[in-house]
Design a protein around this ligand. Sequence first.
Ligand SMILES: [Zn+2]
Length: 250
Amino acid sequence: MNGPLGFLVLGVGDAFSTLHYASCLLVGFERQWLLIDCPHPIRKMLREATEKIGFSLDIDSIGHVVLTHLHADHCSGVEGFLFFHRYAVKQKPVLVGHESVMSKLWSGHLAAGMETSTDLSTGMERTRSLEEFASVVHIPTQGEVRVGPFSIACRTTMHTVPTTALRIRAGHRCLGYSSDTSFDPELIDWLAEADMFVHETNAGIHTEYEKLCNLPGNLREKMKIIHYPDSFRVDGAEIEPLREGGWYIV
Ligand SMILES: [Zn+2]
């Protein structure tokens, strides 16, 4: 894990899975780590995935989290991640995302559990802000932003809330990640500029697996599947599904 750009799969499931954790990847390059989305229970997910590859890593080693959108199956672990960093690690992590995603992270998601701090001995209430817990870095609409060794670009997807796909570069390699989206050939072309990309599949508002299978071979060869339903037939699948605890070199 010292070497080239790679990622560990922490979760592959959708929001309703009884078999898998919610979709989540830990990207690594030269022992620096970037979490893509942060569902609950992130520490348990991390422990189980790292155990499978004989590696030990806790979230105190993860200083960067990029969020694709604010549906709970992608961001329900952020509160715990931030409290753990504040009180156990005593470091301020960096949260990364497009402004359309990050603008509601505090007011629309985290504030309910984090904004008020009551001193239990005096009853005094103190109001806190996101900046007490994390630094926020925005991914620009055009171009990319650098965090640690990673250069990150994003592109809006077709989803019910503001959502971005990602391209993450480090060490002359590039990983694409669709996040949640309806089938969007232009998005797939954008992702395919990466050396490897991870694409979602599911029913309803998501991308039908058959549509991905009908793409040209040069696209399918670069593609891995995530966010699949419990009913998805993993064995013998035409496009390789990611597996929890798998380590993939980009
Ligand atoms: Zn979603």
